[in-house]
Write a protein of this length. Structure first.
Length: 274
């Protein structure tokens, strides 16, 4: 039985203020936010449904023309959740919420820490430390006002914090300034299996609804070469090498769906991953 959430208008306004999109003193209550506020107040919804509502309404408030946010960033959470449930239909609530929110700081520039924009930051350090920690910070705000068991919160935040860590052993990452940062091991952790599953779903989702947009953006906007794009596809596909079954599912998805939808993305995938 999922924990139920009953919220009043003051609590909802406090939560939504945490996610204000615009640089103003107070949150601009857009129709999407207003509608979500009414739904959360009027319905005794469970935690997963409530967070999905908040996530969706905030996506609707982001300016589609914002060049800092790729369209595929906004749909990525839903894609990862869908792949998570393909791999584990009985996935628990923390795993589902983590799938939805693990990259949440990416699709709203207002939520990105200054450190993430710091050109001096080492790329690996930025991706494996700063990005997941900032997404974890935003996810913590999603739990404000929800009276749910602490284990749900802690497991969700653990999964988000480690979702881009590529090795289960402790890792020391250097920064440009000369500092060294230790990323703790998650080996033998009680939630390690679900973390690995989240990583697999994350990699598979890269080839879902955002593939065409990613290829188009890289080639036509960033003016990257096809070789560079193919290399990125091959890297992401290679992250699923531990699950040949998942790789085959992704291949079939791309071959069936993208062949007719985007010939260029399809051909680069075949070149890079087949």
């Amino acid at each position: 039985m999922l924990p139920k959430v009953k919220m009043n208008s003051q609590t909802v306004e406090s939560i939504l203020h945490t996610y204000r999109i615009y640089k103003t003193e107070h949150l601009v209550l857009t129709p999407a936010l207003q509608r979500t506020q009414e739904l959360l107040i009027s319905n005794n919804t469970d935690i997963l449904t409530s967070i999905k509502l908040l996530n969706q309404c905030l996506i609707e408030t982001v300016d589609p023309a914002d060049k800092m946010v790729l369209h595929c960033d906004r749909t990525h959470g839903e894609d990862v959740l869908r792949w998570t449930l393909k791999l584990k239909p009985d996935a628990d609530i923390p795993l589902q919420i983590a799938a939805l929110l693990h990259d949440i700081e990416r699709w709203n520039p207002e939520w990105r820490t200054k450190a993430l924009k710091d050109e001096k930051a080492d790329e690996t350090y930025r991706k494996q430390v700063l990005h997941p920690l900032n997404s974890k910070r935003v996810a913590q705000a999603f739990f404000q006002g929800f009276d749910v068991p602490e284990e749900i919160v802690q497991k969700t935040l653990f999964l988000i914090e480690h979702h881009d860590q590529r090795c289960s052993k402790p890792v020391v990452l250097p920064t440009i300034s000369g500092d060294r940062v230790l990323i703790d091991s998650y080996a033998d952790h009680i939630w390690e299996a679900d973390l690995e599953l989240l990583k697999q779903a994350d990699s598979a989702a890269f080839f879902d609804s955002g593939l065409s947009y990613f290829v188009t953006h890289c080639l036509d906007v960033r003016k990257a070469t096809q070789e560079k794009v193919a290399q990125r596809l091959a890297t992401n596909f290679g992250r699923m090498r531990g699950s040949p079954v998942l790789q085959e599912l992704v291949k079939q998805h791309v071959l069936v769906f993208w062949r007719n939808q985007d010939q260029r993305a399809y051909e680069i995938f075949v070149w890079a991953c087949m």
